[in-house]
Design a protein around this ligand. Structure first.
Ligand code: ADP
Length: 557
């Protein structure tokens, strides 16, 4: 009696079509009734054949015929148009049929009463309450078993009472049991239906998300690749498929990672397979804007590659790599650098000439009126500034600052730098203190070191406030030569600290002031220190001051 096989009013799967549901409802009614009819028929055949002493064969047969009629009605009635609560009439009429046959069979075939189990199970398994099912069962079993017993003329014997007592108890117990069982079954089906609906909903939501993700992935102009922990591709958007093919050697339509044409920033040096960004990302490295060139020389494109690794419960689960085509940007920057370099070269010759003629003219200062000498000196100072700027631009474009580290007295270099900076500091109402030892022998390029310290002192003066102070300090320790320039100036915002060494960077607050500058000084200082094999760090508190520290490693003594 699986599902609600004998429960025509039982629930139906929500996703079935209406006609399918109706057909199933009808089938259940017919099969439920058919089960009783078959058993009834067998009992009838056996009863009539074996026990000729049935009290009344005609009544016995009429019970069976009533059951056959009910079956026929079950087959022809339009169940879809009959309210489901009326279906309960079928087992009730079955009770009457069983009752008739049982009364006719009498003591001779007492087992016929057991046929009442069919309608009992039917009612108990339907959606009626357990109490109602039990009440109907008690009433029906009493009616079919006790009524004939009470009405018959012969006196009741104790033996004849056992069956009529046991059967209603058995049937009632059965009704109770089946009703509870089918109620539990229905509850389970309902829970299953709810969880199936939730599952369907989440599958549908997943499908919508996937569609959205695919559309987004194919809309963005960035190539995206996701790789699992074993290095297998799990996702690649249309853009990335295209770029991947563009990196293939001519004549190879399906290149593996090692065969791809991938070059460094100089566009000619191939990047060895194990150092390629994708392999580094697969090894779990998080990349940020690694620049490479992809493809054969004539159609090379520049890409900026970033990656983020994924983790599942702390374990590495793969990585997502993005490929941003920055060819136009890189070419534009290159064009700008070339332009700056060309312009600087063009400036250099006339500037040298201007400075030469100014020097010559100033040599005649004794024969010139005082204000003319002053004007010429202003012109020379500005021409010198311009010359310094041109030199800086050319040096930056060349990419390196040649340094010649020699044994030198850093104490003397710093004293000279402090003395020329203190003139400017005093003019700006600042107090400059040189705490460095007067003699500090170390290995460094004297000219370049002076240039680096000069840049830091110039900034400490420029980005300070009247009444502020500047401290220059230096020492030699196990790490090398340390030179620190500290000021009590305007300071640098935390988010700008990472950019102060960038080319042409000037903090927004400084750009709106009259403080002169182009954003190259710190880059030059950093390059000089870098060429010495050293490093430069900055510490700053907005509104409080800034401290730049240079560290230049020293050869072992
Ligand atoms: P420039 O001084 O020509 O603008 P630099 O490369 O020397 O270029 O400095 C870059 C930027 O860093 C400056 O524009 C300024 O915003 C900030 N900066 C550098 N030094 C200091 C300092 N000592 N105090 C505050 N800000 C500074």
């Amino acid at each position: 009696m699986g599902e609600s096989g004998l429960a025509p009013g039982g629930g139906t799967p929500a996703d079935s079509g209406r006609s399918g549901r109706r057909a199933r409802h009808r089938r259940r009614i017919i099969f439920s009734e058919l089960a009783l009819t078959i058993t009834f028929t067998l009992a009838m055949v056996l009863g009539v054949a074996e026990r000729g002493d049935l009290a009344s064969t005609a009544i016995f047969l009429s019970g069976w015929l009533l059951n056959l009629l009910v079956l026929a009605l079950c087959c022809v009635l339009p169940w879809s148009r009959i309210p489901s609560r009326w279906v309960i009439l079928v087992p009730l009429v079955d009770f009457v049929a069983v009752g008739l046959s049982r009364a006719a069979a009498g003591e001779a075939l007492g087992g016929v009463g057991l046929l009442a189990a069919f309608p009992v199970v039917w009612i108990a398994a339907s959606r009626v309450r357990t109490g109602t099912a039990v009440a109907v069962t008690i009433a029906a079993s009493l009616a079919i078993i006790w009524l004939p017993l009470v009405l018959r003329p012969e006196p009741l014997t104790a033996d004849a009472l056992i069956d009529p007592i046991l059967l209603p108890i058995m049937l009632t117990g059965m009704a109770w049991f089946v009703s509870a069982l089918s109620k539990d079954n229905r509850r389970r089906q309902e829970a299953l239906r709810v969880s199936q609906a939730a599952l369907r909903e989440s599958v549908e939501a997943g499908r919508i998300r996937e569609r959205l993700l695919n559309t987004v992935l194919d809309t963005v102009s960035v190539g995206l690749l996701a790789v699992d922990a074993d290095g297998n591709d799990i996702l690649m958007n249309a853009r990335q498929r295209r770029d991947h093919l563009a990196a293939a050697p001519v004549g190879n339509d399906d290149p593996n990672e090692a065969e791809l044409l991938i070059f460094g920033p100089d566009r000619v040096t191939p990047i060895p397979p194990e150092e390629r960004p994708v392999l580094r990302a697969i090894r779990g490295e998080d990349l940020e804007g690694v620049q490479i060139w992809l493809g054969p020389p004539r159609s090379q494109r520049a890409f900026s590659i970033s990656s983020r690794s994924m983790h599942d419960d702390g374990a590495y689960a793969g990585t997502v790599v993005s490929f941003n085509d920055v060819t136009e940007l890189v070419l534009a920057l290159q064009a700008k650098d070339d332009f700056l370099s060309n312009v600087s070269h063009e400036f250099r010759t006339p500037l040298t000439s201007i400075l030469g003629y100014l020097e010559l003219t100033l040599e005649l200062r004794d024969s010139l009126p005082g204000d003319v000498v002053h004007h010429l000196e202003v012109a020379r100072r500005n021409a010198e500034r311009l010359e310094q700027l041109v030199e800086d631009l050319l040096a930056i474009n060349a990419g390196t600052f040649e340094v010649n580290p020699v044994a030198t007295d850093v104490g003397r270099i710093l004293a000279e730098a402090a003395s020329s900076a203190s003139v400017r500091a005093t003019r700006s109402g600042l107090h400059l203190v040189n705490r460095a030892p007067s003699s500090l022998p170390a290995v460094a390029d004297p000219v370049r070191l002076a240039q680096a310290v000069d840049n830091l002192l110039t900034n400490a003066v420029k980005y300070n406030r009247r009444g502020g102070s500047i401290t220059l300090d230096a020492s030699l320790n196990g790490d090398g030569l340390t030179v620190a320039v500290e000021d009590t100036g305007i300071g640098i915002e935390a988010e700008e600290l990472h950019h102060v060494f960038d080319r042409f960077f000037r903090s927004p607050s400084v750009r709106t002031t009259a403080v002169p500058g182009v954003g190259l000084g710190l880059l030059i200082t950093k390059s000089i220190v870098g060429e010495h094999g050293g490093s430069i760090t900055v510490r700053s508190e907005p509104g409080q001051g800034t401290c730049f520290t240079i560290l230049i490693p020293q050869p072992p003594r």
